[in-house]
Design a protein around this ligand. Structure first.
Ligand code: FMN
Length: 205
């Protein structure tokens, strides 16, 4: 049952009124840091590796992802769209709305050939049009995620819980075989809550 545009469609959002981009930085060419695992140690089950993969248009999810990657000692990967979204908010809004309505899967420029080495995947995104950006579907659907633990994290302008829940449903639909855990919905600056979430889920290294 690969979805449909989300059931609840109050399309009054983004482009015009609300949906304020919170203050933070412009998208800067992002650092895709990769932490190097300690050499030697790669006994099959011993080291469970963590991937922190995210998409961010205006930098808020990026801030959260960087923090989470530090705390979890995870490898950090930014999803880069094949076709970059415009710098203009309304233009991006229009494109994103069509993508959501069509349940599109926008192409990714830097899709890893495999995520086999990771047991745990934290996936971060902003809420776009009441759900996750469709490019998150492109990433997650590209792999067989059997046996993997997926932890979504997100934030938005409104911090509306229904939109968050809808995004989690989307992540569940596109994560084939994975256990998708309850996600984290928090502002990037609230590191206390982020820490609590990570430690409650045994993700802090
Ligand atoms: C295309 C687009 C659609 C958005 N739709 C929503 C929305 O439905 N609900 C909401 O609360 N915020 C919405 N926002 C605001 C973003 O969720 C918010 O600015 C978020 O902090 C952006 O994260 P980022 O900096 O990682 O891109 C939207 C923003 C954009 C660009």
């Amino acid at each position: 049952a690969c979805g449909q545009a989300p059931a609840q469609n109050s399309d009054t959002q983004a482009s015009s009124d609300s949906a304020v981009i919170s203050e933070s930085s412009e998208t800067e060419p992002s650092k895709t840091e990769t932490s190097t695992p300690a050499e030697g140690e790669q006994t099959e089950s011993a080291d469970s590796k963590t991937l922190v993969v995210y998409f961010s248009w205006s930098g808020n999810t990026e801030e959260m992802a960087s923090y989470i990657a530090e705390q979890t000692n995870g490898d950090l990967l930014e999803i880069e769209p094949e076709t970059a979204y415009p710098a203009d908010y309304n233009e991006t809004g229009d494109i994103a709305k069509v993508e959501r309505d069509e349940n599109a899967r926008p192409e990714i420029a830097n899709l890893p050939s495999s995520v086999d080495e990771y047991d745990t995947i934290l996936v971060g995104y902003p809420i776009w049009w009441h759900t996750a950006p469709m490019i998150i579907g492109t990433f997650l659907e590209n792999y067989d995620l059997s046996g993997k633990e997926v932890y979504p994290f997100t934030q938005s302008a409104s911090m509306d819980t229904e939109q968050f829940n809808q995004s989690i449903e989307f992540v569940r639909e596109v994560s084939k075989g994975a256990a998708v855990h309850d996600g984290l919905f928090e502002r990037p600056s609230d590191t206390g809550t982020i820490d609590t979430y990570l430690s409650e889920n045994g993700l802090i290294k």
